[in-house]
Design a protein around this ligand. Structure first.
Ligand SMILES: Cc1cc2nc3c(=O)[nH]c(=O)nc-3n(C[C@H](O)[C@H](O)[C@H](O)COP(=O)(O)O)c2cc1C
Length: 201
């Protein structure tokens, strides 16, 4: 086994951390600033943390535009990033000045939400409207604040494109083809097939 303490360096050509925690679901987060200007960006330090009520969250390394907008409006929207939308999703990760809407920049269509002011990505098969729960600055073992912010929200509205609902009313994940972020600079994974395994009793 190769063992290392990250504080002392990985002794490998590239840091393997994000290749080990992979694939990571991508929170494609749309927000508005206090003046109502839209913003869209991908966050792969993202996951769901509670099912009832549904709670999701992501981490902003630095207080980026999304974090600032969420702190101002206390709302955000998760859009499902899929293989057909992967190029656009990647474009929305570009550093652009605050107030420039990455949704328009990437040629995506803004659809209105029901509960929050931010728009959702019309082309995405599913979107979750959220109200802010917490913004917590992460700390290391020495208690030093890290300028990384864990942002959690409670889902208050769910949109599902009917094209991705089966006759049995199931969300067809494989048909939606979600993309996950993998290891190094350019690596992604696509969910295109599922397998079933019954829970042991
Ligand atoms: C697939 C992907 C995943 C990303 N995940 C994160 C992340 O988890 N945390 C983060 O701070 N930045 C992440 N980034 C970088 C941000 O998307 C990028 O800094 C973006 O410009 C932030 O936009 P905003 O300032 O409009 O919020 C990711 C970029 C890509 C393409």
């Amino acid at each position: 086994m190769h063992f290392y303490d990250p504080a002392e360096g990985h002794r490998l050509p590239h840091d393997p951390f994000k290749a080990i925690i992979a694939p990571r679901p991508i929170g494609w987060i749309s927000t508005v600033d206090k003046d109502g200007r839209g913003n869209l960006a991908p966050y792969s330090f993202f996951n769901a943390f509670c099912s009832s009520p549904p709670i999701i969250g992501f981490s902003s390394e630095g207080f980026k535009d999304s974090a600032r907008n969420i702190s101002e409006t206390e709302e955000f929207v998760f859009n499902l990033a899929t293989k057909p939308l992967a190029e656009q999703m990647s474009l929305t990760g570009a550093a652009v000045p605050p107030g420039v809407d990455e949704m328009a920049l990437a040629g995506l269509t803004a659809a209105p939400c029901r509960v929050v002011r931010a728009s959702r990505v019309a082309e995405s098969p599913a979107a979750l409207e959220c109200r802010l729960l917490d913004i917590v600055e992460l700390k290391d073992l020495a208690g030093r604040p890290l300028r990384s912010f864990l942002i959690t929200g409670q889902v208050v509205g769910v949109h599902i494109d009917m094209a991705y609902l089966t006759e049995d009313g199931l969300f067809d994940t494989a048909a939606a083809r979600p993309v996950g972020r993998c290891g190094y600079l350019a690596d992604y994974a696509e969910v295109s097939s599922l397998f079933e395994m019954r829970r042991q009793r």
